[in-house]
Structures are given as structure tokens and as C-alpha cells.
Unconditional design. Structure first.
Lengths: 191, 309, 143
């Protein structure tokens, strides 16, 4: 008998159905949107320094990077993105943010709409002429370095860093003796 | 003559309306909306204004699709049996009186003709899928045939007990005689057979979705499937009109009273059918047969007692 | 617009094809078909035979084992038809994607031409309905 009572109850009540595609009454359009919903990814081009941490933490390798002449291109293939939020978690500059946009339909995977792209300018190496990192990245590394460094050797490191700033990683190693920036001397100092 | 032309359109649109109502009622009983009568204003440009003729849209769409004919089928039987089934269901609308309009139902032996036509229509709904050569269709058809036999049994007994007690084989004469106890008992018997024939929920094991793919219609596509859907629309009208005209005293009333009464009673029957459709799970074929035999034997006994009285 | 084209928009029937994967998207598809979102308002129905379908919903990263069956189901859907890929796996391989993965094909576009992509892991039911409606609009343009 209980099923019949339920039947009468549900027949008299207003239907539970949402008016989804219609937006006449905006409050009734969507079902519950939870606070922690992870939707479409958004990367702030101003904040991004090109550290590629998002690429290395990406669970599905949806975020890839390319060096194209004087530009670093970081792009996320939305169709492969699982909206896991690892990149948002790891991003040092908080440039990546997962928005609440979840109604995504894409008609062609090769079109631009299927990618979230960031283009960053690269700096040329003074010695070998290779494009190696962005200006922001170098500045940020310098700032981090002086924040966390031991105050005894602070001045020395600052001087050294100014010397090697404009060289790429390979050239830094090659030129370390010539410019007297070899890190071994810190060991003597600290010890 | 004009009545005969009119009844084609009336039966078609009533059949569409009934199948829409079954959808709408069962949706409403399941706490949802079902096919919209008025589409939301901002979607009207894409989605149309109303969905009252939703079953018609389904059929037209099926007619516009490509028809696939499987290699393993017996092609002639496979292709023609939907058409024959449709012809049988379509012809029987002329022999069933529509709310105090006799149509062809006052010709001799009309009750025999109607029962033959309805059996024939259901029979070709079984034969076509057999010719398709699909194992799912075979399972579905076997269930359908077993159900058909028991449902047919109660159908025939109820029709002919009416014929014997009213002492006539003409539907029009049976329906215009006075109302008594036999109308109720035979009506109940008829109702049980309608449940089986229209595949209302406890008895939809023949086209059990997801269990045996789509049952008998697994291999049918496009136009041929559309014709089966069209047949179903005529069959819904046939059974409901037959039920109302034989077991209720509606045909003795004048026409301006009987047409609205016909609509009210038919909607009420559809409502009860959809309640049964929503409230019940699907029976296994064995359970269905046992249920039918139990109910039919009890109802037949009552029917015989009523006839004697 | 002719009545035939209209009725193609008004009564799309879905067939749900699962090609490997974790079942998350399949559960969301069922949620999209539930009374909460009641797609029968627009005449959308879930059918069980691919021969009755207009729209094929694909979930999962398309494993090599299911490839022949998926191809066959695609061929069994009568023209005109539209394929909607649901979930990140069906769209681009998702977290299963790897260049050297021996079991996964990745983007199934080379095997089955996909018309609409609905990314998400899994997508919300609203996103699925939105994708289906995009598919319907594409269906009406096909002759």
C-alpha cells in the first residue's frame, strides 16, 4: 500500500524537473553547483612566468610546452584535461585558476577553442645566443633566492647572481670558473 | 461515406493523443514533466511550440531515416510483414463503432471480423521479427507469442461471452442492448487482455529494453520501424474504442452526448493503464503466464455465473 | 524548414556506447536521463538497439579491444547520425592517454568521426544535455 501512497504524493507535488536549457527563471536553471567545482581552466598571461610546473604536475599530460623561436608557448588541451586541479595547486604565481564554467562543448579538436594558450617572450643568452627563459622567470628566481638565503653569504650571492643573470644554464656552468661564480666557494664560507 | 473518411483521421489523431497521454501520465506519476505541452518561451525557435504530437514526430523522423535490411533475414517476409500488420490494424478501425456512429459495425458477423483483424495484426507483429534472423528478436518473439496466446484467450472469451449473452454476432447490436452484470465481468476480462496486448508494464517482457536489446524490433530500423509504430497507434485506438463501445452503454446515447463521454472514458482508461504501467516491475514470462491463467480462470468462472443469471 | 527536418530535431534517440573507462561518465549520462533533468520534455529517448538511434554517445578512452565492436555499432546506426563524445577519455584520452600506451587509441576521431566533444571528468549532466542539443542542431544540418 505504501507504493500507492507515494504515487499519490508525487503526483500532487510539483515536478522535481529543472528547466535546464531554458533560462527564463535563472534560479531554476541549474542543479546544485558545489563550491569546490572545478571547471574550465584559466591561465593569467600577466602572472605566468613560464616555470612549466603545470606541465610536470599534469595528471594526463594535457599541458605541454614548446620553444618556438623567441617565444615560449604553454598550451593546455582542454579535451584531455581532467580538471583535477593539480596545476592550480602547484602554480607558484597563482596564475592558473579553475573557473566554474562547466558547460563546455567543442566541435573541432584542432581549432583554437580546444586549447588554453599562453605565449611568453624569451630572453637571449649573452654567450651562445640561445633563447632560454623568460625575463619574469629570472627576476622571480632572484627574488626567491634572496628571500631564503643565509644572511652571511647574502651579499656574495647577490653579486654572483648579477654576473650570471644573462647566461643560459649551460653557459653558466662553462663560465663559472672564469667569472668566479663556482658554488663550491660557499661550502668553504659556510663551513 | 463521409464518416468512413473522417474516422481515419479521428482514429489516427486519437491514437497519437492516447500514446502521448500514456507518456505524459506516466511521466507525471514519476515526479517529472514528460513531453511539454507548452515549450519554454526562449526555446521555441529551436524546439517547437508544442509536443502534443510527439509520437507523430517520432514516426516522421523514422520515415526519413535509412532502412537497414540485415543479410541474415528472409527479405520479403521481413519487409512486408510490417505493412500487412498496419493494414490489418488500419482496416479494423472501420468495424468498430465510434461513439454512437455505427460505421461498418452493423454488418453481419462484425465481431468475428474484428477479432480476426486484431489477431492478424498482432500475428504479423510476431512473424516479421522471426524473419529478421536476430537471436534477440527470437527471444522476444517467443515471449510475445506465449503472451499473445494467453491474452488472446481472455480476449476471445470476453468477446464471445458478450455475443452469447446478447444473442448476436454484430458489434452494433451487442453495444446497443441493455447494460447488465455480464458487461462488467466480461469487461474485466477484456481489460486483462488489453494489458498484455499493448505491453503495459508487467507484461512488457517481449520488448524488455536492455535485457534483450529491443526485443522483436532489434533488427528493424528506419521506415519499417516507423510502420510498426504507426500500427501501434492504430492498435491503441482499436482496443480502447472496442472496449468502450462493447462494454459501456455509450452507443445508446445521442451523438452530442456520446462523443465527449467517449473521450472522458478513454482518458480515464489511459490513466488507469499508465498507473499500472508505472507501479509494476516487469514480470518474467513464466510469472506472466501463471498470473494470466489464475486471473482468467477466476474471471471466467464469475463470467459464466453472470451469464447463467 | 520542412516537417522532416523539424521532426529530426524534435525526436532524437540516443544510444549509449561504453568503450572502456571508469564508468563515471556512464553514471552521469544516467543522471542526465533521470527525472531531475527529464530529457523526455524535448522528445529525447534512450533506445537499446543501435538501429533505432540518431545520436551515439561514446564514453571511455576507446581501448583496442572494443575497437571492432565500436566500429560495428557505428555502422549499424542508420544515416543521418551524429556522434557525441562524453568525458575527457572519449574526447582526448584523458588520464589514460600516453604516447606509448599499448591498449588505448586516444583520440577516437580517426576511427569514428566525432561531431561534438563534451570534456569533463566526468561532465555534469547539464553539460551532457548541452552537448546533446549541439548534436541535434548538427543532425538537422545533415541531409
Amino acid at each position: 500500500m505504501s507504493s500507492e501512497i507515494k504515487l499519490i504524493k508525487y503526483t500532487i507535488k510539483k515536478p522535481i524537473t529543472l528547466r535546464y536549457p531554458s533560462s527564463l527563471i535563472p534560479e531554476k536553471k541549474y542543479s546544485q553547483i558545489p563550491e569546490g567545482l572545478r571547471g574550465l581552466l584559466q591561465r593569467d598571461n600577466e602572472k605566468c612566468i613560464g616555470c612549466k610546473a603545470c606541465h610536470y604536475s599534469c595528471s594526463g599530460k594535457a599541458t605541454t610546452f614548446q620553444y618556438r623561436e623567441n617565444k615560449l608557448i604553454i598550451e593546455t588541451f582542454i579535451l584531455r584535461c581532467a580538471f583535477c586541479g593539480y596545476c592550480q595547486e602547484i602554480c607558484p604565481e597563482e596564475a592558473i585558476k579553475l573557473t566554474k564554467t562547466f558547460e563546455i562543448t567543442i566541435n573541432n579538436p584542432n581549432e583554437k577553442e580546444a586549447y588554453v594558450t599562453t605565449e611568453l617572450d624569451l630572453v637571449k643568452c649573452k654567450n651562445c645566443g640561445k633563447y632560454f627563459a623568460t625575463k619574469k622567470f629570472i627576476d622571480k628566481t632572484y627574488q626567491r633566492l634572496i628571500e631564503k638565503i643565509n644572511p652571511i653569504i647574502k651579499e656574495l650571492v647577490m653579486n654572483d647572481y648579477k654576473k650570471i643573470e644573462e647566461y643560459c644554464t649551460d653557459c653558466r656552468r662553462i663560465l663559472s670558473i672564469k667569472l668566479n661564480t663556482h658554488p663550491k666557494k660557499y661550502v668553504w664560507l659556510e663551513g | 461515406m463521409i464518416e468512413l473518411l473522417l474516422i481515419i483521421f479521428i482514429s489516427f489523431f486519437l491514437g497519437l493523443f492516447y500514446s502521448f497521454l500514456i507518456r505524459k501520465f506516466s511521466a507525471r506519476l514519476q515526479w517529472r514533466i514528460g513531453p511539454l505541452i507548452f515549450m519554454y518561451k526562449d526555446l521555441r525557435s529551436i524546439m517547437g511550440i508544442t509536443r502534443i504530437i510527439q509520437p507523430l514526430y517520432d514516426i516522421i523522423k523514422l520515415f526519413g531515416k535509412r532502412t537497414i535490411i540485415p543479410e541474415s533475414s528472409r527479405k520479403r517476409l521481413f519487409i512486408y510483414s510490417p505493412y500487412i500488420s498496419l493494414i490489418f490494424a488500419f482496416t479494423s478501425i472501420f468495424f468498430i463503432p465510434f461513439s454512437s456512429i455505427p460505421l461498418l459495425s452493423n454488418i453481419p458477423y462484425s465481431i468475428v471480423i474484428v477479432s480476426y483483424l486484431l489477431i492478424g495484426s498482432l500475428l504479423f507483429m510476431i512473424i516479421g521479427p522471426i524473419a529478421s534472423g536476430s537471436p534477440w528478436a527470437f527471444i522476444g518473439v517467443r515471449r510475445e507469442a506465449e503472451l499473445f496466446l494467453v491474452a488472446e484467450f481472455s480476449f476471445i472469451i470476453s468477446l464471445f461471452s458478450m455475443a452469447i449473452s446478447k444473442n448476436s454476432l454484430i458489434i452494433w447490436e451487442i453495444s446497443t442492448k441493455e447494460f447488465n452484470l455480464i458487461n462488467i465481468t466480461a469487461g474485466l476480462l477484456m481489460f486483462t487482455s488489453i494489458l498484455g496486448k499493448l505491453h503495459i508494464k508487467p507484461f512488457d517482457m517481449s520488448e524488455a529494453e536492455a535485457e534483450i536489446v529491443a526485443g522483436p524490433y532489434t533488427e528493424y530500423s528506419g521506415k519499417l520501424l516507423g510502420i510498426y509504430y504507426l500500427t501501434k497507434i492504430f492498435l491503441i485506438y482499436d482496443f480502447i474504442a472496442l472496449f468502450i463501445s462493447i462494454f459501456t452503454p455509450i452507443n445508446t446515447l445521442p451523438i452530442y452526448l456520446s462523443i465527449p463521454l467517449f473521450l472522458i472514458i478513454s482518458i480515464f482508461i489511459i490513466f488507469i493503464l499508465s498507473i499500472i504501467h508505472v507501479l509494476n516491475p516487469r514480470y518474467r514470462i513464466k510469472n506472466a503466464l501463471i498470473w494470466y491463467i489464475k486471473i482468467i480462470s477466476i474471471l471466467c468462472l464469475i463470467n459464466i455465473i453472470a451469464m447463467v443469471i | 524548414m520542412s516537417l522532416l527536418k523539424k521532426s529530426r530535431i524534435y525526436s532524437p534517440w540516443l544510444y549509449h556506447l561504453h568503450c572502456g573507462g571508469c564508468n563515471g561518465c556512464d553514471i552521469e549520462i544516467l543522471a542526465a536521463l533521470s527525472p531531475r533533468f527529464d530529457v523526455e520534455r524535448f522528445g529525447i529517448q534512450l533506445v537499446t538497439s543501435p538501429r533505432h538511434a540518431d545520436i551515439l554517445l561514446i564514453t571511455g578512452p576507446m581501448t583496442k579491444q572494443i575497437l571492432p565492436m565500436a566500429k560495428r555499432v557505428y555502422e549499424q546506426v542508420p544515416e543521418p547520425k551524429v556522434v557525441v563524445a562524453i568525458g575527457s577519455c572519449a574526447c582526448g584520452g584523458g588520464i589514460f592517454y600516453d604516447q606509448e600506451n599499448y591498449a588505448i587509441i586516444g583520440i577516437p576521431n580517426s576511427v569514428i568521426p566525432i561531431d561534438v566533444y563534451v570534456p569533463g571528468c566526468p561532465p555534469k549532466p547539464e553539460a551532457i544535455i548541452n552537448g546533446i542539443i549541439q548534436g541535434i542542431l548538427k543532425l538537422s544540418k545533415k541531409s
